[in-house]
Design a protein around this ligand. Sequence first.
Ligand SMILES: Cc1cc2nc3c(=O)[nH]c(=O)nc-3n(C[C@H](O)[C@H](O)[C@H](O)COP(=O)(O)OP(=O)(O)OC[C@H]3O[C@@H](n4cnc5c(N)ncnc54)[C@H](O)[C@@H]3O)c2cc1C
Length: 449
Amino acid sequence: MKQYDVVVIGAATSGSFFARKMAEKGYKVKVIEKNTFEKVGTKYDIFHISEKEFERFSLPRPHENDKAWAFEFSGGYTCSPTGKYPKRTDEAVVGLHMHEYTVLMNKWAQEAGAEIEYGAKFEDLILDDGKIVGIEYEGKDGDQKLYAKTVVDCSGIDAKARRKLPESSTVENFKLQEDDMFYVILRYIKFKDQNIYLADSSNWPFYKSWIAPQPDRNGGIFGIGACHSYDYAESMFEKVEKNIVLPDHDVIRVEKGKTPYTRPPYSFVDDNFIVSGDAGCLTKPNNGEGVTSSMVQIVIAADVLDEALKANDTSKEKLWKINLLYNQQQGADFASTRAILTKAVNAKQSEFEYFFKHDIIFSEKFLGGQADGPEVKISLKDVLQIGTGAVAGIATGKLSFSSLKLLLEGIALGGQLKEHYLKFPETPEGYKEWKEKADEIWATVGKMS
Ligand SMILES: Cc1cc2nc3c(=O)[nH]c(=O)nc-3n(C[C@H](O)[C@H](O)[C@H](O)COP(=O)(O)OP(=O)(O)OC[C@H]3O[C@@H](n4cnc5c(N)ncnc54)[C@H](O)[C@@H]3O)c2cc1C
């Protein structure tokens, strides 16, 4: 019988990070990855990690000429729907090749002692007396079984193991629906004029569109993320192109991908089980990025799991602290931001223009704050400034009552969610009541459109 302390499903960024964290604490860790080594991390090419996150999570930091390194840039502009009123933010960002960086993270996990088996596809959980004790998977030598004190699901958006949990589990087993995902399209473009270089990024939040550097500096990645479908994302591209004039360019290639864009399951843990990464919908509410936001939870999870393994007790009661600490550090803020954005995105194009012109929500302070941490801190002075701007907007007919009402509703619901998440029950005892109340608030928030 193959027995491990921890079995991780999925060897991309979240799975490798989890495996590394547990292996460096001295545990026997096995990762199974359905892709071959050559194919791991190939779902798309370029992704970004902000410079400060490498140090924060002690991640391997590639530099120029390393295979995983693609480019670096610092900050950029966030603009109104017509490209006006640019707001500058100055965060240093590193562009990385997804496959090469995943390989680097795989090796980093292996150096600490984790085993990785490629071409190994998770099939099912093994239960004993209703509790998870291992997994079944299809490997090169046919059907295999692995036993572990804890199974960690890092299998990405399809959440292969979480989806197998029974209805009675403390971890919800929901399947993401079409409107629970962000459909991202990346157009790798090259400018016709060889003297044009892209030094930083530009974002247009109204369309959820941006342009940022790519390895060829005479071009860029013109991206869009939209709810509903790729077709809808394409229709938004058309709108951007009508209003924002980019230098003449050719589209060299196109990549598409989906990222979770919904609230995470309320609990990440059950007996001998943890869910993380995209499988746990740990993406940022403002842009759907999820590599390092998942790591916030994984650092917590690894420390709590360490305590649990030392006590030889990986029950949900023992792992519950993961939920509590995550909500305190990031979950409550993400829930609040998600509620505010869900309501705010309903504003019309001309209203976004007004927000930008008058620094309502889209000010350098708020945008810079978003880059610095999960929560945008709003002081009383800021509220007054937003309020004055909003009242003037209503008086001059630039802002509709309905949009203002939605924005205020979003802020109020965001506040309620934050408070509720910070009161997450300390043990599974109070979970049922807490969940009912959370369901009620989320039902009022609705879905992002
Ligand atoms: C186009 C696009 C651009 C993005 N850009 C950024 C960005 O710049 N920065 C950022 O932070 N985020 C970005 N994101 C989001 C980011 O890609 C994800 O949040 C992140 O990759 C999630 O990592 P993960 O390890 O949790 O899941 P995944 O990367 O999806 O990895 C899951 C792994 O599990 C494996 N697996 C699946 N099923 C099984 C099975 N049955 N058995 C065994 N293994 C299995 C998969 O093969 C895969 O290796 C972007 C998303 C998209 C779509």
